[in-house]
Design a protein around this ligand. Structure first.
Ligand code: GLY
Ligand code: MN
Ligand code: MN
Length: 384
């Protein structure tokens, strides 16, 4: 796996420490695994980290002890990181590290730590370190993650090229006579064969009336002739997620379906054209929504236009509709900046009739965006 180079990791820590200083935190307990991966290059199913102004402790249990030591001896080691191996439990070890650190004010990741775990820390520290103040910290690591660094952009660009290649093989698998589940299995096989570590989410194959459900699960329904089929799939490559949707028609499209497909494609183009630094997520959403509204499909577009991509399949920034009383720090209010990566995926869904979604991944550049996925969007794909 291509790991972030040490200078990238150092820059990430600098960013996180600056946010900690602004929030008046002496220590940050990192328990969200994608954040541990981001800061430490540690891709594991368990782990934690504690960041202070001078120290960086990476905590794993015995299953990952050898892997962590090898990592910390390698050129991909985060600068100055120290390994801590769990003795009794992760949380006991985190408590040990906090007490040894001398931190007075400690932040916990409010977006992801459960209330149960936080309460445990409150009870434990009340006995072991009553002078330590525990606070809910918001978005300290995710604020750094929202702007991808050069390593991440290079990895995501490669992943998107790989996904585009997979799509050329996988989309024609949507053949009449196969069940949705079988088509999904073939797509998953193509993802793995194409070098992805795993699917980024459960592959969606939604045919006929099922295509009107934006997040349908593949069923045993047999794909028929003359049906819309929504194919939404993504992969994890080097730890990073990419995401693509194409909608095809198994036969010669009727004018209504062709018209709705064109409307969604035009809405996607309008949204992509709206992406540039300084614009807010909800302005990009509005570009797609306005176009669909003009074509009489405003009510048929029942979700947001896009979502950030990175170590998680859904992350910041959110490209969503502006809500009444929204402020700049509500989802969609953030201004886009170069290095943000997200999807543009408008859709139109008519219950009982069918739906269309088209999804690509973009990275914001100095004056617009680069579309990373490069697969033609055509309703008649399966007949090529
Ligand atoms: N299937 C996940 C997404 O497109 O957001
Ligand atoms: Mn998506
Ligand atoms: Mn998707």
């Amino acid at each position: 796996m291509r790991l972030a180079p040490a200078p990238s990791l150092s820059a990430r820590l600098v960013h996180v420490r600056a946010s900690m200083a602004r929030a008046g935190l002496d220590a940050l307990v990192v328990t969200h695994l994608p954040n541990v991966a981001y800061l430490a290059n540690l891709f594991a199913t368990a782990g934690a980290a504690v960041v202070t102004a001078t120290d960086f402790s990476v905590i794993v249990d015995g299953r990952y002890a050898q892997a962590l030591r090898t990592l910390l001896d390698s050129p991909s080691a985060p600068d100055g990181a120290r390994a801590r191996i769990v003795a009794a439990s992760y949380d006991e070890t985190i408590a040990d590290v906090l007490i040894e650190s001398g931190a007075a004010r400690v932040g916990f990741e409010a977006e992801s730590l459960t209330i149960g775990r936080f309460r445990w820390f409150e009870r434990t520290m009340a006995v072991r370190g009553p002078e330590i103040e525990l606070v809910a910290a918001d978005r300290v690591v995710s604020a750094a993650r929202v702007i991808k660094d050069a390593h991440e952009i290079s990895l995501i660009r490669d992943a998107a090229a790989r996904l585009s290649a997979v799509a050329l093989d996988a989309i024609p698998e949507a053949q009449p006579g196969r069940t949705e589940r079988e088509v999904a299995a073939r797509i998953d096989f193509a993802l793995k064969s194409g070098g992805f570590e795993r699917p980024a989410f459960d592959t969606i194959v939604a045919s006929g009336p099922q295509s009107a459900l934006p997040h349908a699960r593949p069923t045993d329904r047999v794909v028929g002739r003359g049906e819309l089929v929504v194919l939404d799939f993504g992969g994890v490559y080097g730890g990073y997620c990419v995401d693509l949707t194409r909608t095809v028609f198994t036969g010669t499209p009727d004018p209504d379906r062709a018209r709705i497909f064109e409307a969604v494609l035009d809405a996607q183009a309008a949204a992509i054209a709206a992406v540039k630094p300084g614009v807010r997520g909800w302005q990009v959403d509005a570009a797609a929504r306005r176009l669909l509204g003009d074509r009489g499909l405003g009510d048929a577009f029942s979700h947001g236009t896009g979502h950030g991509l990175g170590l998680e399949i859904h992350e910041e920034p959110r490209i969503v509709q502006k809500r009444p009383a929204a402020s700049d720090d509500t989802p969609g209010g953030e201004r886009l900046q170069p290095g943000m990566v997200f999807t543009i995926e408008p859709g139109a869904y008519l219950p009982g009739w069918g739906g269309v979604r088209i999804e690509d991944d973009v990275v914001v550049t100095a004056d617009g965006c680069e579309v990373l996925t490069t697969v033609p969007a055509s309703l008649t794909w399966s007949r090529r």
